[in-house]
Unconditional design. Structure first.
Ligand code: FES
Ligand SMILES: [Fe+2]
Length: 393
């Protein structure tokens, strides 16, 4: 009897994991560029396989609703916004954009007792940073979006759903959305995006991979395969991630040499990876600086998007920088398109030391976070302290 229960539980967890597709919930993800959400227009987006409709109130506040009417499920994006509420195209129910709360059901008569204000469309917290609409993909919004609708769903067991929602949210904190670090008042900035036909995990370990540079990013302006040499870099644990400790970057890259010549000061760089999906890089030399934030966002289990935003006060025109950055991104994208071709057949893969150690940390961080959320205990960091990794690149 007891064993059956355990089996059932394990089977349920397996189904859960399959449904989950290895996404990390309860984090902020960039859904769209701010500039795409204009006036009273409604824009579709997908994050973690959740269809969203994004819009803006007349006051300028961005909002994100689950793109499904809680009445019959038609996408709300077929409806229209009046600058405050979104009206469904099917029966005209109206929902407050910012809270998802139903404010009007046109078919009700004065005799009806239905409590309209207890019906909610799934809604997600939304903020704007660095020209992105960041949406907080809370676990609650994923499966329990209509728990409070007041309208029982067929076969719904409301009590157990609520209990599950409560336990799963232990230890989840809604903290601020990521923001690019800048170090002076005046600076230039730009952003780029590209789609990857892969699971977010592959995108992230590609992002943190130190050994592909000489093979994927061969360019006359950067480096050649011949410049490969042994490197030793120190890494240290940081909350939810790891840092390549502040150091002077590779001397085999021309742009760094140029920067050093310009300021006469040493060039230093710090690279962080932080869950769920973010890499930041800071390059400083005297008063000059360059800063970037890259995220790999799960759209579906087989589709991710890299968003890259950078700012700098080094004398470098935006057009030149974009040309270089686009080349890099395209090289990564082409490689990952080819990789996806191989991954279709589920080959066995390996992670080797030391070059793949950052990838191992990523998987361990992710597993430990999920475990901490499951048990309610503090998250265990996979690194004990600073460690030096050696590889050739
Ligand atoms: S389906 Fe949206 S109002 Fe009926
Ligand atoms: Fe790369």
């Amino acid at each position: 009897m007891e064993e059956n229960l355990v089996d059932d539980l394990q089977a349920a967890q397996k189904v859960e994991r399959a449904a989950d597709a290895g996404f990390l919930w309860d984090f902020w993800y960039p859904a769209a560029r701010s500039a795409e959400i204009r006036g009273r227009g409604l824009v579709k987006a997908t994050l973690l396989e959740v269809p969203l409709v994004l819009g803006r109130t007349d006051g300028g506040a961005a909002f994100a609703l689950r793109d499904a009417c809680p009445h019959r499920g038609i996408p709300l994006s077929y409806g229209r916004s009046d600058g405050k509420n979104v009206e469904c195209s099917y029966h005209g129910w109206k929902f407050d954009g910012c809270s998802g709360q139903c404010v009007e059901i046109p078919s009700l008569t004065s005799q009806d007792k239905l409590k309209v204000e207890r019906i909610f469309a799934g809604h997600y917290p939304c903020v704007e940073n660095d020209g992105y609409i960041w949406v907080y993909m809370n676990q609650g919004g994923r499966r329990f979006s209509d728990v409070d609708s007041g309208v029982p769903q067929p076969g719904e067991n409301r009590r157990s759903q609520k209990a599950a929602a409560t336990t799963e949210r232990v230890g989840n904190v809604l903290s601020g959305a990521p923001k690019l670090a800048t170090f002076s008042e005046r600076y230039k900035s730009t952003h780029l995006a590209c789609d990857l036909p892969s699971h977010v995990d592959q995108g992230i370990i590609g992002l943190m991979d130190p050994a592909h540079g000489p093979f994927v990013h061969q360019s006359w302006f950067w480096r050649s395969k011949k410049s490969i040499h042994e490197k030793a870099k120190q890494f240290e644990p940081i909350p939810f991630g790891f840092r390549m400790s502040t150091h002077s970057p590779s001397t085999n890259s021309a742009p760094y040499q140029l920067l050093k010549k310009m300021t006469g000061a040493p060039v230093t760089t710090t690279i962080d990876f932080i869950l769920p999906n973010m890499r930041t890089e800071e390059i400083r030399s005297g008063k000059l600086w360059f800063s970037s934030l890259t995220t790999v966002t799960p759209v579906r289990r087989d589709l991710s998007r890299i968003d890259f935003v950078a700012a700098w006060n080094v004398p470098m025109p935006v057009t030149i920088f974009r040309a270089f950055a686009k080349t890099f991104l395209r090289q990564d994208q082409e490689t990952m398109i080819r990789q996806a071709e191989g991954l279709q057949h589920n080959p066995r893969l390996m992670l080797i030391d030391d070059a793949d150690r950052p990838a191992k940390w990523y998987f361990a961080l992710k597993a430990n976070l999920l475990e901490a959320r499951r048990t309610g205990a503090a998250m265990v960091h996979p690194m004990d302290g600073p460690v030096t990794l050696r590889w050739r690149s």
